[in-house]
Design a protein around this ligand. Sequence first.
Ligand SMILES: Cc1cc2nc3c(=O)[nH]c(=O)nc-3n(C[C@H](O)[C@H](O)[C@H](O)COP(=O)(O)O)c2cc1C
Length: 320
Amino acid sequence: MEGVIDAHTRDLLTRRPGFDWTVTEFVRVVDARLPPRVFLRHCPELDGNVTTPSHVPVVLQLLGSDPAALAANAVQARKLGARAIDLNFGCPAKLVNRHDGGASLLRDPRRVHAVVAAVHQAVGSEIPVTAKIRLGFSHRRLALDCAKAAEDGGATQLVVHARTRDEGYRPPAHWEWIGRIRRHLRIPVVANGDIWSLEDYWKARTLSGCRDVMLGRGALADPWLAPRIRHWLETGEQLPTTPWQVRASTLAEFAALQRSTLPDRVVTSLVKQWLSHMRQRDAEADLRFQAVKRINDLDTLLAGLACEREERGHSRFEPA
Ligand SMILES: Cc1cc2nc3c(=O)[nH]c(=O)nc-3n(C[C@H](O)[C@H](O)[C@H](O)COP(=O)(O)O)c2cc1C
């Protein structure tokens, strides 16, 4: 997720078993072949086995609209060690769409096909090429055509975020639409959108018929969501609600990792960004967020997250 999930986040989220694979933020391709440093910035794991430290594979994602430029960059990424390329046809950002990238290609399935086919022809015999779509740009009428275009172009897997571009991130996600697509495709289809809990997971699986799901914001809101799903699948038992101390120590480790390369000022806002994802679904995280949101010193912020909180919403912690 652009601006949110980087190599450190991938590392932390995959330390407990749960994820089968992860994807980088998109690397935006306009027309030129990008220098290696751009790929390495988005995917530092290229320097090693292209996995997280817990050996979960990392897939490199490209976003663009020019088939030849995407193919050339896919070749570049493969030379740098990429083990799979994912193509983004889902980004709803106005700037990206204005420049004809992300979900804007869903208005014409032929363009989806052209991009996937070009990248597949360039690298598909060596590494898998996968695709991620939404249900359409402003309507769903082309959803199946776009999905088939990706498959016919050579995609080996398709992730479907069950909303149109115009629906942004507004609930609900139309999981049953993923099922309609899945029934017409031969390649594996992965369900995505609004999976925040074990119950959502099961509902998305049931309505879509997909064996696999992709987690986005839900995994940030609850770093135990993927392990929770895995544990339940393997044992039939439910893990307890993720305790605040687990969230706090995840944020503290995140800060420590980020601090090795970024100034404290930036790390402070990254920690608050992750906390604000947690607070969407957790009352304790929301109280903590309210207590620390104006703190600008990283150590003071981390102390505020780690301290014990007294009842009635008052933190024992008083910022200096
Ligand atoms: C801030 C933000 C950045 C995102 N960046 C990307 C991205 O770079 N590549 C991508 O495929 N999806 C990206 N997404 C979309 C998510 O991967 C996911 O498809 C979407 O949020 C729906 O799933 P969720 O409800 O589980 O979050 C982004 C979403 C958000 C909120």
